[in-house]
Design a protein around this ligand. Sequence first.
Ligand SMILES: Cc1ncc(COP(=O)(O)O)c(C=O)c1O
Length: 433
Amino acid sequence: MGNPQPFQPGRDFAVALDRGDPLGRFRDEFHIPRSDNGEEEIYFAGNSLGLLPKRTPKYVDEELEKWKRLAVKAHFSGENPWMPYHELLAEPMAKLVGASASASISEVVTMNSLTVNLHLMMTSFYRTTRERYRILLEDHAFPSDDYAIESQAIVHGFDPAETIVRLRPGKGKHSIETADVAQVLEREGESIALVLLPGVQYYTGQAFEIEAITRLAHGKGCVVGFDLAHAAGNLVLRLHEWNVDFAVWCTYKYLNSGPGSVGGCFVHERHGMQHDLPRLAGWWGHDKKSRFRMEPGFRPIPGAEGWQLSNPPILSLAAIRASLDVFMEAGGMEPLREKSVRLTAYLEWLLQREIGDSVEILTPADPRRRGCQLSFRVKAHSSGSGRTVFEKLEASGVTCDWREPDVIRVAPVPLYNRYEEVHRFVEILRNAL
Ligand SMILES: Cc1ncc(COP(=O)(O)O)c(C=O)c1O
């Protein structure tokens, strides 16, 4: 992963980087929100809600039109019938997360939402014995993961306080090292049934070493799942090759598919072929050939599709399809990640150079240990609290994100953000301070 520094401080340098950016044209694929004064915002909140691709309304309209013209018949006729519509998403989605999606079995499926999929996965993969029943989680996990795990422990009849093993960064550190994971697994691995970690930690922006952690956890006999909410569409992922057991993610952040859009789910091929795995079932996961015989006796579709419950919301899938097409046209994650590494390194470099005394960056400096997001604190000795600084940023046309108690998160996204915006952002922040 090349990082062709050195950078230069002036605005001209940023403009030159934009001019030389082979992905620069993709900004025009998106609607950029505008401030009250009519100017385009500096939108660094793609880690919360990605922007609307301009082509999305057309994709959604096509489905509305089919509903209008064909109604129920659109399930089976017309272009892209609704019955197998979700299959259209399998290949591009699989490419984005490094999964396989052959005609006979797909490791990915687009269904439900992240937390629902997490529960479905835990129903199948959180299998307990008297000796092995604990779940390894990071201490600052996204609350939905925390609640999901706590409730799973209770459903299994365990005390969550004793069941959940919480990973914390070492003293004085913000990030959890792979060595910290190894240490806990060495000490307690025999009692751990499931390791559930994020691909990218939502608060600090730290990327976990998915491959190494998976290997370590498997070495101790644990099942490994990842919450990729902040990693899908942000990092290059190779879920199949890394042997991850399962993963779940949402599509409304870096995957630009709209508020509350349908989530993604990965089940490794070796599990997808195991038809006798306990699972919560529904008719959409049933063998496609015999689904409409409406007979009792569930027979799962091989692969991740076999975990589907209901027929999916086509309008949301259409928006995901539109977004995935943009990703594929941009060449997939590799070129995007290459730009992302540089864009974020430039942001970090400018922050350190211009206001290094006033901010503390929580995100690791090593590009392999982070995605596009940087999280920082405004240091106590500088003028104004972090919250005031954040409000000034907002008033100056910057959309980023405030996380209690004191963290500002900024995520320059390679598909639609520019180097010049990074430059302007640091100037605005310096003035705000
Ligand atoms: C890391 C992480 N996990 C889980 C969730 C919950 O996602 P959902 O509301 O789609 O279930 C989010 C939502 O932002 C998240 O950031």
